[in-house]
Design a protein around this ligand. Structure first.
Ligand code: AHG
Ligand code: MN
Ligand code: MN
Ligand code: MN
Length: 284
């Protein structure tokens, strides 16, 4: 897996440069999820694709920005699903964005996910990786040594302080609104930027809390895509001692995607917050 993580570091440098250099603006197309594609979405997607194609280990790749599965090497071992630029709607106002990778052995699903990685492009470039059965590893870049400046194992507390409630509030189900309000009544701090990578990175590194993107009246199956957004973070949060469930309280890592762009309502957090969510949703 180190070969793949090393390649991800190289790709990250190129995407970071593209974020700095690429002119902002929309391409003429939209992707399979219906997102309008930034020129930067398309360019970042090319950078990730070219980088992954260089690895003989890669059997196929799946991108947020491409309709279909792309075969790579016949004898490859892994299918890598990725979101080349997460946070397209906030990169134009210079907020932190990311790239997310799910590494699957076999048909991509919660059970075949063997490793995840994400990159945060912020004041520094940071990377978090996990291999199933291992520990969550956090790498921070410095001006000279990229990603090796600080390697730290990451663990979530039993109960956190931060609350990142996604989705349009007026479209939340009433029981979800009551649940989110109950966390604020307990004193949780609102931390939501509209980029799942920095939002989940913050909760992961600051001891925990809850990130949620529920099913809503306008998006009953949620907005976040299983293969390259939801499942990679589910493996990271579970490995760090937290939980990651859907609206039925089912582990996200038990889910399968019928279509490669399928979405799922998702709740990531410390044990205390997920227990409260299951109570509020009547799925304890
Ligand atoms: P992407 O930029 O890859 O399309 O993903 C955006 C996602 C995710 O980063 C974030 O949590 C969510 O969209 C925000 O959605 P809302 O704008 O509906 O809050
Ligand atoms: Mn998008
Ligand atoms: Mn995304
Ligand atoms: Mn994206």
């Amino acid at each position: 897996m180190q070969t793949i993580f090393q390649k991800i570091k190289e790709i990250a440098l190129k995407v970071d440069q593209a974020i700095k250099d690429q002119e902002m603006g929309y391409s003429e197309q939209c992707n399979a999820s219906g997102d309008d594609q930034l020129k930067l979405d398309v360019y970042a997607d090319e950078l990730v694709e070219y980088g992954l194609r260089e690895l003989p280990l890669v059997k196929a790749i799946i991108s947020e920005e491409k309709e279909d599965v792309m075969p790579v090497h016949e004898e490859g071992k892994y299918t890598i699903c990725y979101d080349p630029l997460d946070g397209s709607s906030i990169v134009d106002v210079n907020l932190s964005v990311g790239t997310i990778f799910g590494i699957y052995e076999g048909e991509p699903s919660g059970e075949t996910l063997v490793a995840s990685a994400y990159i945060v492009y912020g004041p520094r470039i940071e990377m978090v990786t996990v291999t199933r059965g291992g520990e969550v590893q956090h790498y921070r870049s410095g001006s000279s040594q990229l990603f090796n400046l600080c390697y730290k194992a990451v663990r979530l507390e039993e109960k956190g302080k931060l609350n990142a409630p996604g989705g349009t509030q007026k479209n939340w189900p009433p029981h979800h609104k009551a649940f989110i309000d109950s966390l604020f009544a307990e004193g949780y701090r609102l931390r939501y930027s509209g980029g799942m990578v920095p939002d989940l990175h913050q909760i992961l590194l600051k001891g925990g809390g809850l990130f949620s993107y529920p099913g809503t009246s306008d998006k009953p199956d949620g907005k976040l895509r299983l293969l390259f957004e939801v499942l990679p973070f589910a493996l990271i949060y579970e490995t760090a001692g937290g939980e990651a469930v859907n609206e039925q309280g089912k582990r996200l890592l038990e889910l399968k995607a019928k279509h490669i762009h399928d979405t799922s309502p998702c709740f990531f957090g410390s044990r205390y917050e997920i227990h409260k969510m299951k109570e509020a949703y009547g799925v304890l």
